[in-house]
Design a protein around this ligand. Structure first.
Ligand code: NOJ
Length: 583
């Protein structure tokens, strides 16, 4: 018989709330819906607007397209959506280069369309989180244009990181920093008088100049931008590159290559452009702004920071509410690593009273159904091309479903990326000539980049672009296989990935799986992740079998959810996760 271990026990408290009996709880029945800290256990679905649904046939998704498909998400059972940027942009980095933070880019629609989207989401009881990009603007932002015109020494330049170059004639960059997208992190400008002049810092593309967050005007401006969207009714912000806003004094040299979206840097030292202590003051200020508004508005940090206790500093009680758990996302499909990622995240967040978050896919990484189907020796953080080792698609899908069932059973909040509810794979054979990721260009084609996970969604097989657009236009071509994954093909079909997600989300809500305690269960082989959840509603046993041999369930256990078929003896086979209620 299996032994239940009491060695590791975690909870995800609301603002750390300790009951009289000493237990930490994540729920307070006296709270009404409006007061509830909904984000502590929410499932939040990421919409990448370019690729979700196109309403006007130009091949690029837009806000009316999103609005028209929100019922799909309400029906799926998520609590909230996060919209990647839809602001005015020259689209040098697919909208993460913002030229006007208070308006919608015409390719996505208008401010009125954003208001309609918010109203429809409210009608469907979906919360809306929008993206905020504070580390850098577009080079077409009026501030950057003014800085170029005004010249060296002007107040306009102090909003950005302009510096004189090194070398006799200033011909060398001010330091050795590298851009995350490849190449140097500095670009030299031509001064208004036509001479080669100062350099400006851009941790990403040259069209994304970094702001100088020591300038009070920059701070005030972003408080104002927060208020602009809070007043329009958004429920929160996903904060882009949250660990990058403050740079070390004097911008000391750092000549290591930057890994695209990797917090570790491989050196064991903290790089001077990431996770500087003073960045936390900024978020304390933002928290004060959010707290002026009712409705439990929230901030979630995109911060590629390690180790977990360093990341937890972003979610202290007076800072942000959540931070993405990239340590979990980057853990391979192996039981010991997953257990460790769960333990360390729950522990670090518990120490600051914040919920853990869980995520497997987003618009910057290879979709998890594809990652888990790659040969184990392949590490492919920067996209996959036709000539690279290709994934085993059925294996990846089987594991991807099991991984999702495991993730949605964890206490805290979970993030889904559009299309994963369909089991969509990465497009791993995109023709090079259609690629648009700046990382592809800045590496001169040396890395594929992120386009493969950004391919527009298939809604209805047999329609132009599988129902993404009415004309068949599609800003990135869909692979043939997408027809098989279309939402219409899966809706109502028992065993489909879409129905698995709907069941998991429905059970997660009714069992209140985002709340309560997690206790690992002893007695299973090392390559099985098994834990018991005690939620305010019930006890649930979760077993994810990452090993070869099928594993038994305790006698009388009633299986509520299974990511794949059990074997003929009712055992959990390889690469399947189940949720069961004890007998
Ligand atoms: C992180 C975003 O997720 C990514 O898509 C973007 O390229 C960089 N930040 C720069 O804004």
């Amino acid at each position: 018989m299996l032994q239940v271990s009491v060695a590791i026990r975690f909870s995800t408290p609301l603002s750390p709330r300790v009951r009289d009996d000493g237990a930490v709880t994540n729920s307070d029945p006296s709270e009404g819906e409006a007061d509830r800290e909904w984000w502590r256990s929410a499932v939040i679905y990421q919409i990448y607007p370019r690729s979700f649904a196109d309403s006007d046939g130009d091949g690029v998704g837009d806000l009316p397209g999103v609005t028209s498909r929100l019922s799909h998400l309400a029906d799926l059972g998520v609590d909230a959506v996060w919209l990647s940027p839809f602001y005015v942009s020259r689209m040098a980095d697919a909208g993460y280069d913002v030229a006007d933070y208070r308006d919608v880019d015409p390719v996505f629609g208008t401010l009125a369309d954003a208001d309609d989207l918010l109203a429809e989401a409210k009608r469907l009881s979906l919360r809306v989180v929008v993206d905020l990009v504070p580390n850098h603007t577009s080079d077409e932002h009026e501030w950057f244009r003014a800085a170029l015109t005004a010249g060296p020494g002007s107040p306009e330049r102090t909003r950005y990181l302009f510096r004189d170059g090194r070398g006799e004639h200033g011909e060398l960059p001010p330091n050795t920093w590298r851009s995350v997208f490849g190449g140097p992190a500095w670009t030299r400008v031509v001064e208004p008088d036509g001479t080669p002049g100062q350099w400006y810092l851009h941790l990403f593309d040259a069209k994304q100049p970094d702001l100088d967050w020591t300038d009070p005007e920059v701070r005030e401006e972003f408080h104002d931008v927060l208020r602009f969207w809070l007043e329009r009714g958004v429920d929160g912000f996903r904060v882009d590159v949250a660990h990058g806003l403050v740079k070390a004094d004097g911008l000391p040299d750092w000549d290591h290559e930057q890994e695209l979206l990797d917090g570790s840097d491989g050196t064991g030292q903290r790089p001077p452009m990431w996770d500087q202590d003073d960045v936390h003051d900024i978020y304390r200020g933002w928290r004060t702004v959010l707290d002026e508004y009712d409705g439990n508005r929230m901030l979630v940090a995109e911060a590629w920071v390690e180790p977990p206790d360093r990341l937890a500093r972003y979610v202290r009680p007076d800072e942000m509410h959540q931070a993405f758990n990239f340590a979990y996302l980057t853990t391979p499909w192996q039981a010991p690593g997953l257990r460790e990622a769960v333990v360390s995240s729950l522990s670090a967040n518990r120490d600051v009273g914040a919920p853990s978050t869980w995520v497997l896919s987003n618009h910057d990484v290879i979709r998890h159904t594809t990652r888990f189907g790659l040969p184990p020796e392949v590490r492919a953080p920067n996209g996959i091309r036709a000539g690279d080792p290709q994934p085993d698609e059925p294996l990846g899908l089987r594991r991807g479903r099991a991984a999702t069932a495991l993730m949605l059973a964890l206490p805290g909040s979970a993030y889904l990326y559009q299309g994963e509810e369909l089991g969509l794979p990465e497009h791993t054979t995109l023709p090079d000539e259609v690629r648009q990721d700046p990382a592809w260009f800045r590496h001169d084609g040396g890395v594929a980049g992120r386009d493969g996970c950004r391919v527009p969604l298939p809604w209805e097989a047999g329609r132009p672009a599988n129902g993404f657009s009415s004309t068949g236009e599609c800003w990135l071509p869909q692979p043939e296989s997408f027809a098989r994954y279309a939402a219409g093909v899966q809706r109502g079909v028992e065993g489909s990935t879409l129905e698995l997600y709907r069941s998991a989300l429905g059970l997660r809500r009714s069992f209140r799986m985002g709340e309560g305690e997690l206790t690992f269960v002893d007695g299973y082989p090392d390559d099985v992740v098994a834990f018991r959840r005690q939620t305010p509603e019930r006890a649930v046993l979760v077993v994810a079998n990452l090993g070869i041999e099928p594993v038994d369930l305790p006698e009388g256990a009633r299986v509520q959810l299974a990511s794949g078929d059990l074997d003929h003896r009712g055992r959990v086979p390889c690469d399947v996760t189940i949720w069961a209620c004890p007998g």
